[in-house]
Design a protein around this ligand. Structure first.
Ligand code: AP5
Length: 209
């Protein structure tokens, strides 16, 4: 199955993707995680992406599309994948369609995880992640065990200011993907508000599983 998650920053895409891929046995491909790994490793791609990410802007399509194309060509993606954070612009969606079409494949489902803007900032500024396991926590909504406190990471773009820029980028550049995928007949909407386990149940239902 080839699945795409779209939704505003902090909608819970990463949290839900981690739960879903275990059940579907497909790789979780997050362009945000790939860029953060490149920044950490100090690669040329990471150096170029870093400034955009810190300020909350999208990394240019040319860099993002090339990185994603390489990733979905890897053997583990042949039987399906869950894309989290890609596509984020109409040119990225067109490039994805073209790359898949060349191999006689297509996206099966696009899940739009909906969370109102007024809940987003609190989710973002309270997020912490465990660099060893990739587990995502929230200081209030999903508190980490105290013994992990010393190693948890607070993302550089998880400030209120960068979050507002990211929300602006979502509405201006990513929201046009909603009518785009509606017109392809693959869009399904999921309410992202409530307990994470309830959101997972809704997602599994939307996937017909
Ligand atoms: P990326 O890493 O993709 O960030 P994002 O889309 O902004 O999404 P987030 O990771 O912030 O949120 P999420 O929806 O995964 O929420 P999470 O589950 O963590 O991208 C970062 C940057 O990389 C971009 O700004 C851009 O610069 C660049 N980039 C990446 N892809 C790109 C692309 N395709 N094109 C161009 N540039 C690109 O949850 C958030 C918090 O809420 C957590 O603390 C969690 O515990 C909590 N939470 C989750 N679910 C719930 C719930 N149900 N109730 C309460 N709290 C909850």
């Amino acid at each position: 199955m080839r699945v795409v998650f779209i939704g505003p920053p902090g909608a819970g895409k990463g949290t839900q993707a981690a739960r879903i891929v275990d059940r579907l046995q497909i790789p979780h491909i997050s362009t945000g995680d790939m860029f953060r790994a490149a920044v950490k490793a100090g690669t040329p791609l990471g150096k170029e992406a870093d400034g955009y990410m810190k300020s909350g802007k999208l990394v240019p399509d040319s860099l993002t599309i090339a990185m994603l194309r390489e990733r979905i060509a890897e053997p583990d993606a042949k039987r399906g994948f869950l894309l989290d954070g890609f596509p984020r612009t109409v040119p990225q969606a067109d490039a994805l369609d073209a790359a898949l079409r060349a191999d006689d494949m297509k996206i099966d489902v696009v899940l739009l995880v909906e969370v109102p803007d007024e809940l987003i900032v609190a989710r973002i500024v309270g997020r912490r992640s465990d660099p060893d396991t990739g587990r995502i926590y929230h200081l209030t909504f999903d508190p980490p065990p105290p013994e992990l406190a010393g190693r948890l990471v607070h993302r550089k773009d998880d400030t209120e200011e960068a979050c507002r820029t990211r929300l602006g980028a979502y509405h201006s550049q990513t929201a046009p993907l909603v009518p785009y995928y509606e017109s392809h007949g693959v869009l399904r909407r999921v309410d992202g508000v409530g307990e994470p386990a309830d959101v997972t149940t809704r997602i599994m239902g939307a996937l017909g599983l």
